[in-house]
Design a protein around this ligand. Structure first.
Ligand SMILES: *Cc1c(COP(=O)(O)O)cnc(C)c1O
Length: 355
């Protein structure tokens, strides 16, 4: 028998969440964001599940994009970081990959390229996030260069919000419209948070990511309240049980000390499986479908849970680390991170089952 840990990917849940995005977006077409191995859910299985419903895929790894093309999917593909080397441009043209153009190297490379076909581009504006994109002063010259460039087909203008999950989008939206003032091009603005909360960002194409995987982009609103359902469930089993006395400690560093006699279970899941080591004592876990909590430090291959109130739980009892019945967002909060990071960290050694 193999170690009992496994991840389960629910493709029906994925499609359900996509329809939630569709509902909020109305007429706005949707790039399904499947970067980073589809947020750790498995690129090809997610691409295949969403290809019939999405309007396009947004990603950023050329090898991943080619894998999608080679599997016969011919939806538009948006490459969120563009191309990294002018030598990649023929591949973008051949496989119809739409690069985000966000630096002058890319503009110059396009102007100097000789391509078999024009390629559509997304021009990224830095409206305040100060990550990728052109500022107001650089934009007019970039736009002129791209508009007159024989290698370039359709131009779309995009930006990305830093705080659609918190402070809001108004300042960046104002900055964006000031930069693109008077330009009549298609737009692409919204990520999941903007799509769900700021309908004024729904011009052109939206780019939902985390919501497709059933994560809430908001600290103040649960995925369930947004109508989203978990796609990934990380499950394992209890592989050991200890009865401990008051004042005995649990795990490395003895950071948890029992206040009274306790029954504790050892679950076959640790940070080498992608479970966050920073998850503190008290992080929620389901055992036998009942909510309990972790105790002490997470080890490489194991973590310890409180079974004091679960007298029937024993070796072989099922444990859910996140997913169905236990939102990843709650586990993420307890570990000081976000569900995105939990999903992306799922380790290759965890076997994945699709349903
Ligand atoms: C990752 C990403 C998205 C998706 O963001 P979510 O918060 O997961 O919805 C959208 N746009 C860009 C540019 C991104 O990098």
């Amino acid at each position: 028998m193999s170690r009992p840990i496994s991840a389960h990917i629910d493709t029906q849940a994925l499609r359900h969440n996509f329809q939630v995005a569709r509902h909020h977006a109305g007429q706005t077409p949707l790039w399904a964001v499947i970067k980073a191995n589809a947020y750790g859910h498995g690129l090809m299985r997610v691409a295949e599940a969403l290809a019939p419903v999405a309007d396009g895929f947004a990603m950023l790894d050329v090898a991943e994009a080619l894998a999608v093309r080679e599997a016969g999917m011919d939806l538009p593909i948006l490459m969120l970081e563009g191309f990294f080397d002018a030598a990649d441009l023929p591949v973008f043209a051949e496989y119809r990959l739409t690069p985000v153009v966000h630096n002058l190297y890319q503009v110059e490379s396009l102007m100097q390229a000789a391509l078999p076909a024009r390629i559509d581009v997304y021009v990224k504006l830095n409206s305040g996030m100060n990550r990728l994109g052109f500022r107001e002063d650089a934009f007019p010259a970039v736009l002129t260069a791209l508009e007159t460039c024989p290698q370039v087909g359709r131009v779309t203008l995009m930006t990305h919000f830093a705080s659609a999950d918190g402070e809001g989008v108004d300042e960046q939206l104002d900055a964006f419209f000031r930069i693109v003032d008077g330009c009549d091009f298609p737009l692409s603005l919204a990520n999941s948070a903007a799509l769900l909360r700021y309908p004024q960002t729904l011009s052109g194409w939206a780019r939902p990511g985390i919501m497709l995987y059933g994560g809430s982009p908001f600290a103040d609103q649960t995925a369930e309240a947004l109508g989203l359902v978990p796609v990934m469930t990380l499950a394992s089993e209890v592989i050991g049980v200890q009865e401990i006395e008051a004042c005995e400690s649990v795990g490395y560093g003895g950071t948890f000390v029992a206040p009274s006699p306790m029954r504790v279970g050892v679950v076959a899941c640790g940070y080498a499986d992608g479970y966050p080591r920073h998850a503190a004592t008290g992080t929620p876990v389901l055992v036998d479908g009942v909510r309990t909590k972790t105790l002490g430090r997470v080890s490489m291959d194991m973590l310890v849970v409180d079974l004091t109130e679960l007298p029937d739980a024993d070796v072989g009892s099922p444990a859910v680390l996140w997913g169905q019945g236990l939102p990843a967002d709650e586990v993420a909060t307890a570990a000081g991170t976000i569900s995105y990071e939990l999903f992306c960290a799922l380790a290759p050694r965890v076997p994945v089952f699709v349903r």
